[in-house]
Design a protein around this ligand. Structure first.
Ligand SMILES: [Zn+2]
Length: 330
């Protein structure tokens, strides 16, 4: 039995379970059974992570940063997206003028109903985690912190090209997320790209996405995605439907029911500045010194930390969200 058949059976089982629960919902369940969700290819997503990592650290104002932005932009174009490069400059907390570029791939740009899926593509210039041993001024390679989320979204772009759907999806790769002040600095020192995006929206009035989903550090083995406070506060209904679907698909070991405290991440500015309700899917393991996975902001955030199964859990869930939203069954 191949994986595709297993997946379809899983979908049927999920639908059957639901139809047992309520006869009144029968009409919806009949529709649900016809929703075809493409299979997310974990090896393909992994390859997109590896290709980013191969550029080296994607630090603003470096040749690797420019090379990676060209790769991301041309990849999105090759998958059939309408690409917007939102170039800007921003001042870092340590006084540098940084050249940023939010890379946006729009599918079905004219569709009324749309969602926004995002991740940051830059990497942190400093390995300044409290647990880093040795020089903290080395850059982070960012296999997990950056490349993992973008890799998942590139595979989603490829699937959207292979399985066209009449539903708007905007993939947004934020720049300059990770150049913030970790030494007691303001929240606004982080997420410079999403702040710029939120203040300079590409959408005409009344045509914003219904909601957004941010991915950050979605590649580690055994990742634990708990319900984060800002996500719950601004987009609680989105958290609930995404987590419920993830658990029904068998990913309950990743999408746990625990709540965790607020994280300053790109979703904060999408919620507060752009007023796009946005959730953050971010790895928050328990019993770690930093509250994040051990390789976070250390020299150990390397490709060997990426687990294809975690990429698939997140990517398959997002594909189910897209195709079920389109079918009206989410
Ligand atoms: Zn980071």
């Amino acid at each position: 039995m191949n994986i595709r058949i297993l997946f379809i059976l899983g979908l049927l089982f999920f639908s059957a379970l639901q139809s047992c629960q309520s006869d009144a919902k029968n009409k919806v369940e009949e529709k649900e059974i016809t929703v075809k969700v493409p299979r997310f290819e974990r090896d393909s997503a992994f390859k997109y992570v590896a290709q980013q990592v191969a550029f080296g650290p994607r630090i603003p104002n470096t040749p690797a940063h420019i090379a990676c932005q060209n790769y991301l932009s041309s990849s999105l174009k090759s998958f059939g997206a309408d690409v917007i490069e939102q170039k800007f400059t921003a001042k870092s907390f340590d006084g540098k003028i940084l050249n940023g570029n939010n890379i946006i791939g729009k599918f079905n740009p004219a569709a009324q109903r749309r969602i926004l899926l995002s991740a940051h593509w830059d990497t942190r210039p400093f390995t300044d985690s409290p647990i880093t041993v040795g020089d903290k001024n080395r850059p982070v390679l960012g296999a997990d912190d950056g490349a993992s989320g973008v890799g998942v979204l590139l595979e989603i772009a490829r699937q959207l090209q292979l399985n066209p759907v009449d539903f708007g999806v905007d993939l947004v790769f934020f720049d300059l997320e990770d150049y913030g002040d970790s030494n007691g600095g303001a929240s606004e020192s982080w997420c410079l790209g999403s702040q710029y995006f939120s203040r300079n929206l590409i959408y005409p009035a009344n045509a914003k996405p219904d909601y957004g989903i941010l991915l950050d550090m979605v590649g580690a083995s055994g990742a634990r995605f708990a319900k984060e406070e800002i996500s719950v506060q601004f987009a609680g209904n989105v958290v609930e439907k995404v987590w419920t679907l993830g658990q029904a698909m068998g990913y309950g070991n990743y999408f746990v029911n625990d709540q965790v405290g607020a994280i300053t991440d790109d979703h904060y500015f999408l919620n507060t500045l752009a007023q796009i309700p946005t959730i953050d899917i971010i790895n928050r393991p328990i019993d770690t010194q930093t509250g994040f996975v051990a390789h976070w902001h250390t020299p150990e955030d390397t490709l060997d930390k990426i687990d294809r199964n975690t990429l698939r859990a997140v990517g398959q869930l997002l594909l189910a969200v897209i195709y079920r939203e389109h079918a009206g069954t989410l």
